[in-house]
Write a protein that binds this ligand. Sequence first.
Ligand SMILES: Cc1ncc(COP(=O)(O)O)c(C=O)c1O
Length: 459
Amino acid sequence: MSPSGPPRLPYRKTVGSEGIRRRTFLTAGAATAVGAGAMLLEGCDDDDSSGTASSGASGQTIDGGDWEQVRNSFALDPDLAHFAAFVLAGHPAPVRDAIGRWREKLDTDPDAVLHEATRHDDEVRAAAAEYLGVRAQEIVLTDSTTMGLGLTYHGLRLQPGDHILTSTHDFYSTHESLRLAAVQSGARVERVALYDDPAAASTDQVVSRIRDALRPETRLVALTWVHSSTGVKLPVRAISDVVAEANSGRHPDERVVFGLDAVHGFGAEASGPADLGCDVFISGTHKWLFGPRGTGLVWLRPDAGRTVTPIIPGFDATSMGNWFLDRHATGPYGPQLSPGGYKAFEHRWAVADAFAFHREIGQDRIAARTTELATRLKDGLAEQSNVRLVTPRDPELSAGIVCCELAGIDPGGAILALRQEHDIVASVTPYRESYVRFGPSIATSPDQVDDLVLAVASL
Ligand SMILES: Cc1ncc(COP(=O)(O)O)c(C=O)c1O
């Protein structure tokens, strides 16, 4: 945030339907098969900055320091309080506008747009890289967290006898990706509990359980930043340090890769891969980032990225050039690992606008706001005699997700009553042991948090 006060989000038209004038040059060997558009190198003399951050066609501005305006930029039903908005994002106005502009262009002249597909993908990578503090070519573009987990864990070179360490707290998408990768490779998966009582989880407990479970044959540690089962936020930096200790002195082929499902921290917390220290950061961009539905990314540290084999062919210049020219050149792993095939490009390329929305409000301000609302909610719930908080109160060990148990009512019944009787939307954790789950976010207000506490108390 600038010292002169809260930022205003500019809405500028960036994807005009008018006059793209460009010179395009096909890479050698690709001249006969233009279809993918991914083989194009281009020199553009057009005046559009399609898909770049901070785009918008409406000419409106949102005052990024005015939380009400930020909230109102969502098209969410104003008669409801949206404490499950993080499950599948509603789009804020800049994202909706960008999707609309891309859609119009794709509907009008898909051929022209496809000729610049590589450039537009690169613009999304650049926006993601700036947000995460990494290099653009280290970013894999995916459709979801689940796709990123599957591609990464299957693409790692695992073999019979290798040990994969995960926890009992992760979501289906991690557990099942690991199970399937183990079936394929002959590696063995071990799940350990990192805490017994989530509300009493501690950094020392989590870290010592990881340390105790690491073995000489461990090749992958696959964990989740913020557990959607309990709301516990793992002390990822401390875990990375333990993994680094285990790796010291190991041959590069035997080192442990630390993969993180980051989806419930990404967009709600201000930390990026450099702070976290993990090797692989896997997330959808359609939850707390409030990006376009059906989008996601993976960031891989270079030594990890170079060891992952693509599962779905990339539509990048190196991969397609190899096919055309029958060669085996290696290119940047971000584009090569990004699954090819045509996409819902209006959604993919509007991801840049979701990053712009967050950056211009301020990652730190959004993280602080999320913590403030979650803390207010936990403080309020903790005072109610019918509530048992499951998520730790300490913001060091929790993020936006707040889970609890309610006396005398099961989680499904509770969220139904909240919706029908109080116009509050909440969710149930999709796990064997399930809880009521709330996600205060930039789409909810302090007053809504207070109303929620009263509503829960009345159940
Ligand atoms: C921890 C966690 N990871 C992954 C997912 C799935 O995310 P996506 O829809 O992006 O695949 C979910 C829930 O939707 C989740 O809670």
